[in-house]
Design a protein around this ligand. Sequence first.
Ligand code: PMP
Ligand code: GLN
Length: 424
Amino acid sequence: MLFKFTIIDQYQPLLSHFKGNEFITFTYFNSYNKTFTFALVNFEGSLNNKLPQIGPSIFSVMSGLANEHKAINLAQGFPDFDCTPDLKKLVSKAMENGFNQYAPMPGIMALREKIAIKTENAYTAIYHPETEITVMPGATLGIYATIAALIKDNDEVIIIEPAYDSYIPAVELAGGKAIVYEMAFPEYKIDWNQLKKLFNIKTKMIIINTPHNPTGTILSSEDIKKLEKLVENTDTLILSDEVYEHIIFDGYEHQSVARYPKLANRSIIVSSFGKTYHTTGWKMGYVLAPANITVKIRKVYQFMAFAANTPIQFAYTEILDRADLFNELGQFYQNKRDFFRQAIKNSKFKLHPCNGSYFQLLGYDKISDLNDLEMARHLTIENKLASIPVSAFYKRKTDHKVLRFCFAKSEDTLSKAAEILCKL
Ligand code: PMP
Ligand code: GLN
């Protein structure tokens, strides 16, 4: 932590006060603007380190590097275009109307009712707004609250890799043990017979994610049926990360676990308005689960955030009436996927299939021997194009020489990125 002071003559005594102070030390003087900089001395007591293996998230690292080197940022997953102006007007309207205090802990009822209707229309599943739907500040918190509430010391949680980066830390912070299953490369399919071998009496939860970040694969109804068979007669819960539920292509239907009553009964579904409405910065999501599971999650969540942003909840409540916005999202992103893939089809990169999400995986083994982290750094610094190394989604940092590119970008950005990729 740095403090800056411009020292004028009468403050000279202040400077001598800070010099040699046991909490603050003088670090340097900028003679150009006459600024002294002081730094807090590090705390010297012993500190717990709850995530010793974990550094800053790869998304922060690569976005930071992209900014530093003025690179096109196809790394962190967020759109470079704005949400519909109607949504912003609705947030302002709610603020102007005085909806500026705490929302009810599980979310405003009108929003929960709309989520119930949308879920029923999409998946013919009925979630009761009072007891089975909880609005939270983002899907990441939904995942965290779910795991914190349901996982105890030594419980095992099966994580299918490559996997979104928040799952393992959430499990470990809850005292659980992450049991990792790596999908076979290059198909990134789940071999359910192999995965079954990881199951035992301690398996408390399995986390699935469809459409999948980072691979762009989707689970089929056969996959879900195999999962159903696997957990039958066990106490294993399913945490189903469905934040990309509407970003699915080529006529495929999203296989929400909500469609399968026997699974839904033991599942916690997490979704995110950020992905659906191009509003990742608003951090708003929701959790669907049967009442007896929801009660446990809410008990913990009430001490994490208590409630989510009120005016934004009012805005989503109204915009949910516009079914076109989420029903047309798949085609919208499919066009972007096709545009990007077409633009790089003559490059030396290997294009992996992408049936959902807004990520395209590209293999670069014909281009470089660098490992994927070095390659991502090199591309950002030297070629001004940022991506995410897929090894970051593996506990063992498995490197197949594949990078993830986010195509939630304007055609102009995608063209510029493609131009760079085609030159390599
Ligand atoms: N799950 C997956 C698979 C994601 O990709 C993301 C983030 N993009 C999240 C969860 C978190 O979503 P949110 O921003 O709503 O926390
Ligand atoms: N989910 C986004 C991605 O995969 C980023 C989320 C984050 O920055 N934590 O890129």
